[in-house]
Ligand binder design. Structure first.
Ligand code: FES
Length: 162
């Protein structure tokens, strides 16, 4: 049950539980059934994620792309989980170049956007499988990959095509 709970709800101090708590969905916030209102009801997603700037709204993304974040929101060497159109992706900043891959680890669906990034390699927070964010190739198990998504930066907007 513990592993199942972790897979569904995320790690106790992970992004999904933090967001669920901030949005009053039963994560790290008030207990379900509590009369205490959630700490934050309508906080912009960027702030809930710890991003410094909102995604630009004055940018027209290329055909098929969506604006996912402000380019100055994600420091070099960082990776973050972002949900667009109901799909969780992980967006990484490698020395100013942005890459987007599936957020779901091929091993047991760990959240790669909550992993650690060194160079172009992200390490899954669950069991340590490693992937190259440039092509999704798994460095831990040959012939295993996760999906990658095209990224374009338009003005200050990082845009991704699913
Ligand atoms: S879920 Fe096991 S290494 Fe990613």
């Amino acid at each position: 049950m513990g592993l199942f709970k972790t897979i569904v709800l995320g790690r106790p101090n992970g992004l999904r539980r933090t967001l669920a708590g901030k949005l009053g969905l039963g994560g790290a916030g008030p207990a379900a059934g509590s009369s205490e209102p959630p700490a934050v009801m309508h906080e912009p997603a960027e702030r809930a994620l710890g991003l410094r700037k909102e995604a630009p709204k004055d940018v027209t993304p290329p055909d098929g792309f969506e604006v996912v974040l402000h380019k100055d929101s994600l420091d070099p060497g960082k990776i973050i989980e972002i949900i667009i159109g109901g799909t969780a992706i992980a967006v990484a900043n490698v020395d100013g170049a942005y890459y987007a891959i599936s957020n779901t680890c091929a091993h047991a669906a760990g959240p790669l956007g909550e992993g650690s990034l060194e160079g172009t390699i992200v390490t899954c927070p669950y069991h340590g499988w490693q992937y190259d964010v440039r092509d999704g190739a798994c460095k831990t198990h040959a012939n295993t990959k996760v999906s990658t998504y095209p990224v374009q930066v338009v003005g200050n907007a990082v845009c991704v095509r699913l």
